[in-house]
Design a protein around this ligand. Sequence first.
Ligand SMILES: Cc1ncc(COP(=O)(O)O)c(C=O)c1O
Length: 447
Amino acid sequence: MPYTFTRSQALFERAARSIAGGVNSGIRKMEAPVPLYFAKGSGANLWDVDGNHYLDFQLGQGALLYGHAPAGMADAIAAQAKLGTHWAAQCELEIEVAERIQKMIPAAELVRFSNSATEVVLTAFRLARAHTGRKLILRFEGHYHGWADEGLVGFANPMDKWGDDENPARLHPSKGVIPEVLEQFVVARWNDPEHLRRMVDRYRGQIAAIIFEPVLCNTCCLEPVEGLMSTIRELCDRDGMLMISDETITGFRFGASCAQGYYGYRPDLTVLGKAVGGGTPFAALAGTKAAFAKILSGEVIHAGTLNANPLCLAASKWSLDEVLAQGASHPANLKRLGQRLMDGLVALGREHGVPLRPQGPGLVFHAVTLKPGVAEGPIKDYRDYVRRHDAPRWAHLRRCLLEEGVRAIERGLWSISFAHDEGQIDAALKRATIAFRRHSATWQAPA
Ligand SMILES: Cc1ncc(COP(=O)(O)O)c(C=O)c1O
């Protein structure tokens, strides 16, 4: 029998009377049929308040590279909690974490800690503007850099307002932002190095930095095309711009040296979130000494009461040691497991007439469901994704999967953790078989 969510429904109705909108992050409202309430997690397993068990590929929006509630991390946090939960001052742990990041990421000559990647992105922009004396940041369509005014320009542009391919619109999906924020950005299409060159040339001398998700995980898990990273590096070096790699999702997931090691490029600044804190509110800016110069000189302010909180540092130190302990098997192991899951989902799609085309390098991937009649072949950018991905169909399939105990991120992203193994991948595929059958039997395209 498909799962039911009676208790989650009741809690959500209760929450709506005290919590604005019933949730504490807008995106959580996307979960259908109702935002779920969880009771317990362990490894790759998750249980909700209705007693439903899930094999989890949502993994705290990708933060839980180590699975749910790893015992070692719980012990590390508990031990620290007994010594102090918050000092707003220095402790040796913060040096230990910083030294680990230095050791793992060659471009991390220095670091600064914050509570969220949203804040880290803002720090990076401030540094880049101070470094260059310029105001513009170049970013790419469909990339997500946090929910602040400056993080969301060009993120989810509606199709009727895209602008032509050479002039992507500068739009913001939220009301209430500072109107002038749109003028601080240049929006380019992803995965087109020649278009990027033209955009940089058009604004030459005005751009402080280029920021990007090295794998566009927030739209369809699009890996960079050959030559894109080297083009960004070359343009940044040529024009004195900073290269900002937003590794909030890819950081440590793609190996100890992150996506920059995996794809072989060296940014000036790196945004680290999610896995660096193992699921605690912790994030880091890493970068070269030159890029940090304006913080070193005291001209750029970066502050925060809870920055480098010792509980988060304890979780981070444990997490980074866990990544280091994987040695050469990481990320190959995660890739192999992810590929097994992708292959299994494709086979189920074929069997049940579902045009599912998972895309991505395996350790993280996106479940594309093609619209009827569109071309086959890999999706290449945000526009291509919106044109070819059947979002309502994926939402229906995702709900069927959820009701059979397989949980992916609402918008279609799947992540693998160190806690997954072949047995769990196969168990998820077994559950998915029923979900695909139900989906095929009940899916009706909107009229
Ligand atoms: C690439 C990227 N950058 C920045 C952020 C913002 O991170 P946070 O939610 O920790 O503020 C996210 C969050 O998902 C992200 O995926």
